[in-house]
Write a protein that binds this ligand. Structure first.
Ligand code: NAP
Length: 297
């Protein structure tokens, strides 16, 4: 049996259409668009692509975006200064500092300099704290929020089910585990988080009703690691050198799609799964930030 393909692009279009309506109402009510600032430090090729795609989506939805590109050798204080000045600007409601930055810059210091009310990437400790406290006024990181929406909008039950998350990063694994663990209609799962020190990994992953891979290793999750009939969400984006492609590479997820698709009940592809949802949820978070800062609406 071949798994149902969970089309992240299609689900993202639903989310974006709703968000676009919200942006229209916001503009009519406040006479200005929601504003989002991107900060990119250095010339990481993937970051250039990601920020470009996010800025393009802002344009499509009527969100005003500005991209600040800083040289890789810029001193950390100057990045902090820029973030500080963006915090003060009333027409900028969201700030996204793209990772990775240059090794000389302490990413934590930069993330913590963002006003939590403008932290649309959900990376500030105040927002991570709100996630722990199950407080809806915070911002959940976009990729975890996107994974949750894929499950919810595909009609996949989360409550009471066993979720195994592979990966414990600050931006993906940990917030995702918390989102699905929290109380309420779109969560209530029993969650296990695995990482590079987890023993007998395959034994743990085989217990999952919903298995989510976010580790950054191409085709790491094999069919043997997946229970028959499980739902598999592949967050991984791995660039595999490929001279036959114009870009010189193709993308693969963390899941061995060709084998796992035969065993799972449902699965997200790469590309076209979680990626489009990440951008959609960034738009949603930006509109939410703008509404909160303008006092609802
Ligand atoms: P990360 O910060 O490198 O974290 C990777 C996590 O995987 C770590 O917790 C690590 O464990 C764990 N891990 C590594 N090797 C492992 C192994 N052999 N067994 C078990 N766990 C292992 O990566 P990330 O930022 O979370 O991103 C993960 C993947 O998702 C990457 O491919 C990234 O490109 C992709 N991504 C996609 C989107 C999207 O929009 N689709 C967004 C963000 C990220 P330790 O903590 O023990 O080191």
């Amino acid at each position: 049996m071949s798994a149902r393909i969970l089309d992240g692009k299609l689900i993202a279009e639903q989310v974006l259409a709703e968000c676009q309506d919200g942006v229209k109402v916001f503009r009519e009510k406040h006479g200005l668009p929601p504003g989002l600032a991107f900060v990119r430090v250095g010339d990481d090729p993937a970051s250039i692509v990601y920020v470009g795609a996010k800025a393009k989506m802002c344009e499509r939805l009527g969100i005003q975006s500005q991209t600040f590109v800083l040289p890789a050798d810029i001193p950390e204080e100057q990045v902090l200064e820029l973030v500080g000045s963006l915090n003060q600007q009333k027409t900028i409601h969201g700030i996204l500092v793209q990772s990775p930055m240059a090794p000389s810059i302490r990413e934590d210091a930069v993330f913590e300099a963002i006003d939590p009310m403008k932290d649309v990437d959900g990376i500030h400790p105040a927002n991570l704290g709100k996630l722990v406290a199950d407080n809806a006024t915070g911002f959940a990181a976009c990729t975890p929020a996107g994974v949750q929406q894929i499950l919810v909008r595909s009609g996949i039950e989360i409550a009471g089910r066993r979720v195994v998350v592979l990966g414990r990063s600050r931006l993906v694994g940990k917030p995702l585990a918390l989102l699905l663990l929290n109380k309420g209609g779109q969560a209530d799962a029993t969650v296990t988080v695995c990482h590079s020190r987890t023993r007998n990994l395959a034994e743990v992953t085989r217990q999952a009703d919903i298995l989510i891979a976010a580790i950054g290793k191409a085709r790491f999750v094999t069919a043997e690691m997946v229970r028959e009939g499980a739902v598999v969400i592949d967050v991984g984006i791995n660039r595999i050198p490929d001279p036959s492609k114009k870009a010189g590479h193709h993308l693969e997820g963390d899941v061995d799609f060709g084998a796992v698709v035969q065993k799972a009940a449902a699965i997200t592809p790469v590309p076209g799964g979680v990626g489009p949802m990440t951008i959609a949820m960034l738009m949603v978070n930006t509109l939410k930030a703008a509404c909160l800062q303008m006092g609802k609406g």
